[in-house]
Write a protein that binds this ligand. Structure first.
Ligand code: PLP
Ligand code: NAG
Ligand code: NAG
Length: 416
């Protein structure tokens, strides 16, 4: 039966093939070469002042055009070792288990959760924006028992609230977003790590939007897993995600009863590829994106040259200058308490009577400048402006303020 059908298909496709040849069409392919790819690539320049990616300075961009060599060549291992040292500096950690995941911030998020959590484990997620929501979803997907504590957009959690939830749910892992880029909140970290360890829980921190632009001390603050992305404060192209694991985290991960659900993100494989496991030889796991490593290394070099503390100070000063400028224009900041404002991503209360989408598209069209609206729980509530890494400067603040003034003058205001 099946064979008859196949034969019939074979005959008819042969006949179809002959028909094509007979018509003088000698090509065996049915999908013609696309016209669009016969035109040259064009990419516009844009001021990238949204919550990411940020502008990539030419120095970092140029590092990425070095020749591709093998991902297992000794020169690449040396570059990877340099990256490791740079991440240890940026994270302020001595952790041996420090590397960059081949992927964006989300891949590091999954690397952290997929390795540290086993099916049935209890996980606690502090949700005050989209990143907590996503972390909870990732843990749910691998069969964890997930509990959340939820704060309204713009809010955060006290140590007492954290302790209450830790003692109630007894999780193996607590997730906190240090820089909640959807709401513009910088979550205080002091004391949470110590609290987690009192309850035998690992402390996982998302610092994708904050690290390099606001103080984080991984070892001192007893953070067990910390990750970030390349395209925010580091000003490198998207595609690599620094991550580090404490000794305590490694103990749990390497005594798992089950294998992590992802082969690609399995820490035992990644640890070997990054030379973190002390084994004399490295085994092929995946092809490291070597050109992305070049750019990441250069971006870490830039941070080392400026100095971490200088970078924190610059981001803070520029943010304060920006916030004062916004207030003097009559705009309101979404995060009321000054010390809770993320210096890298500012959330502005969506101006009353305006359509926020009209403002962001006007600014893009007229000023060639990206700022963005809210994300998930903050949609419609805010405008978001990211000034990260090299883009955190007074000149850029003036540029954004001028663009906003212009937009408020020219965008449609409803009579309310
Ligand atoms: C941007 C961002 C991420 C996600 O990073 P991708 O590189 O887009 O995957 C995660 N967490 C925070 C806080 C972010 O700002
Ligand atoms: C040849 O045939 C294919 C499939 O029918 C068609 O898509 C293609 O355009 C033809 N090419 C020419 C040069 O006629
Ligand atoms: C950041 O912002 C400006 C404006 O987009 C851009 O021209 C520049 O490349 C960035 N700054 C630096 C120092 O690279």
């Amino acid at each position: 039966m099946t064979r008859d059908v196949c034969l019939l298909w074979f005959h008819s496709s042969l006949r179809f093939g002959f028909a094509c040849y007979a018509a003088g069409n000698m090509s065996s392919i049915s999908v013609p070469p696309p016209k669009c790819l016969q035109k040259p690539l064009t990419v516009p320049y844009r001021h990238m002042f949204g919550p990411g990616p940020s502008n990539v300075p030419s120095r970092i961009l140029e590092a990425g055009v070095n020749p591709v060599i093998g991902h297992m060549h000794p020169e690449i291992f040396e570059i990877m070792n340099d990256i490791k040292s740079g991440i240890q500096y940026m994270f302020q950690t001595q952790n041996k288990m420090t590397l960059a995941v081949s992927g964006t911030g989300h891949s590091a998020m999954e690397c952290a959760i997929f390795n540290a959590v086993e099916p049935g484990d209890s996980v606690l997620v502090a949700v005050n924006g989209i990143w907590g929501e996503r972390a909870a979803e990732m843990a749910e997907r691998i069969g964890a028992r997930v509990n959340t504590i939820v704060a309204p957009p713009g809010g955060c959690f006290t140590i007492e609230e954290m302790e209450k939830a830790l003692s109630k749910h007894r999780p193996v892992l607590l997730f906190v977003a240090h820089g909640e880029s959807s709401t513009g909140v910088l979550h205080p970290l002091d004391g949470i790590g110590q609290l987690c360890h009192k309850y035998n829980c690992l402390f996982l921190v998302d610092s994708v939007a904050s690290i390099g632009g606001a103080p984080v001390y991984m070892d001192q603050q007893e953070i067990d897993i910390l990750y970030t992305g390349s395209q925010k404060v580091l000003n490198a192209p998207p595609g690599t995600a620094p991550i580090s694991f404490s000794e305590r985290a490694c103990q749990k991960i390497f005594s798992r009863r089950t294998k992590p659900v992802s082969f690609y993100l399995d820490l035992s494989w990644l640890a070997n590829y990054w030379g973190c496991d002390g084994k004399p030889s490295r085994v092929y796991h995946h092809t490291g994106p070597v050109t992305a490593f070049y750019s990441l290394r250069e971006s870490l070099s830039v941070l080392v040259e400026e100095g971490l503390e200088n970078s924190w100070e610059r981001h803070l000063k520029v943010a304060e200058y920006f916030h004062a400028g916004l207030e003097s224009m009559g705009l309101k900041l979404f995060v009321k308490e000054k010390r809770l404002r993320l210096p890298t991503v500012t959330t502005i209360v969506a101006p009353y009577g305006y359509d926020w989408k009209e403002i962001t598209s006007y600014i893009m069209k007229t000023h060639n400048l990206e700022i963005s609206g809210g994300l998930r729980p903050s949609v419609g509530l805010v405008l978001r402006v990211g000034l990260m890494g090299c883009n955190s400067s007074r000149e850029n603040v003036d540029m954004v303020l001028a663009a906003l003034k212009d937009a408020l003058k020219h965008c449609h205001k409803s009579k309310v």
